[in-house]
Design a protein around this ligand. Structure first.
Ligand SMILES: [Mg+2]
Length: 368
């Protein structure tokens, strides 16, 4: 069955992809968020021409072929665009075979525990504790991640004393049954990260994410070796050579590929298998409530070396207004600290037709 049409529906932060094959069957996917308008241009210029007229079913080979044709462009933008194709192909395959994606890759639908992931650094420690308490009391969430240091901050805190304050405040606000995690987003030199790591150990934090600049794995490794708690990372890395190297050198204790940054589910599954062969667990990165978290739910529920919970952004309209109203029927409903993958073919979501109608539309088709 040949691919005959590739449509994109784009706003500045989000771009959905619709794929159509010869018999009229369709699938929806999404490119990676942020600068999605630029990614959509790449999709039509550097992805669509290599895909139109090709058979749909061998994703792996098809995506390798794009990469070979565009081998001078091995970077993030091409992969962000390929993620749109790949996730649309998986949705199409699920709809053709009448199965949710999770069932196509060895898992089954059902519930998945989440951890509430804060994206805010401009929030005061007391206010962060209050919103975690609300989520715990109202939705049963029992694991949380908050931010320390400043993003790629060269060792500087968001404001003086914030990191020490928030680590102690969160620990004092919850008992040991509530899992506490932090993310430094590439802030520290190793000696600083180790000092912060001891503070985390003393305050029942179990997961220290991206302590050092992610592009300096030797620094991260020093921190991993020095601390008793789990050091984690990998969200930015999208090259399988780097994945193999990071796992082989045991750079962190828990690895966190991002389905969309990787170039889609097909490649994320390859990263998960490299991580598994190294004997590690995989707790994927997913930082907003566009399609990336849906795809990650299916991914996490299927892999054998899955970590214990799904990252789940707790930010709403005030912080990420662009992620509002993307889907019908609230696929992110939380009950008892869990989300649910329903037994619906493909990704199991319906993209809001109003959102699609108000986006920038572009099409590449076989006869163009
Ligand atoms: Mg992170």
């Amino acid at each position: 069955m040949k691919i005959i049409k590739l449509e994109t529906f784009t706003k500045p932060y989000v771009s959905f992809v619709k794929i159509t094959v010869e018999d009229g069957a369709t699938g929806f996917g999404q490119m990676s968020t942020y600068h999605a308008d630029i990614t959509a241009q790449i999709f039509h210029k550097q992805v669509a021409p290599w895909v139109l007229g090709k058979e749909y079913f061998n994703f792996d080979d098809l995506e390798d072929f794009i990469f070979e044709r565009e081998h001078k462009f091995p970077g993030s933008y091409l992969l962000r665009a390929i993620a749109g194709l790949d996730t649309a192909l998986w949705d199409l395959k699920g709809k053709i075979e009448n199965k949710p994606v999770v069932s196509l890759i060895g898992g089954s639908p059902g519930k998945l525990r989440i951890y509430g992931s804060s994206m805010k650094r401009d929030i005061k420690p007391f206010d962060e504790a209050e919103r975690f308490k609300k989520l715990h009391n109202e939705k049963g969430v029992n694991a949380f991640k908050f931010r320390v240091g400043s993003e790629c901050g060269r060792g500087k805190d968001e404001w003086e004393g914030r990191t020490e304050d928030i680590v102690r405040t969160i620990n004092q606000s919850f008992d040991k049954n509530i899992i506490k995690m932090v993310d430094a987003n590439s802030c520290y030199e190793p000696h600083q990260a180790i000092e912060i790591g001891k503070l985390l150990e003393d305050n029942n934090v179990t997961h220290f994410e991206e302590p050092c600049p992610y592009w300096k794995p030797d620094q991260t490794r020093i921190v991993t070796d020095a601390l008793k708690i789990d050091v984690t990372g990998g969200e930015q890395d999208c090259d399988l050579r780097i994945w193999k190297d990071m796992v082989k050198r045991r750079i962190v204790n828990i690895f966190q590929p991002d389905v969309m940054y990787m170039g889609g589910l097909t490649k994320a599954l390859k990263a998960a298998s490299i991580i598994k062969e190294g004997g590690f667990i995989c707790t994927p990165h997913t930082a907003n409530l566009s399609l990336v978290t849906i795809c990650t739910m299916h991914f996490l529920k299927a892999i054998e070396n899955a970590g214990p919970y799904l990252e789940f952004s707790i930010e709403g309209e005030d912080y990420y207004p662009w992620q509002q109203n993307l889907f019908l029927n609230d696929p992110y409903f939380i009950d008892d600290g869990k989300v649910e993958i329903k037994d619906i073919p493909g990704w199991g979501v319906e993209i809001n037709p109003d959102w699609l109608n108000n986006s920038d539309y572009k099409v590449s088709r076989i006869d163009d």
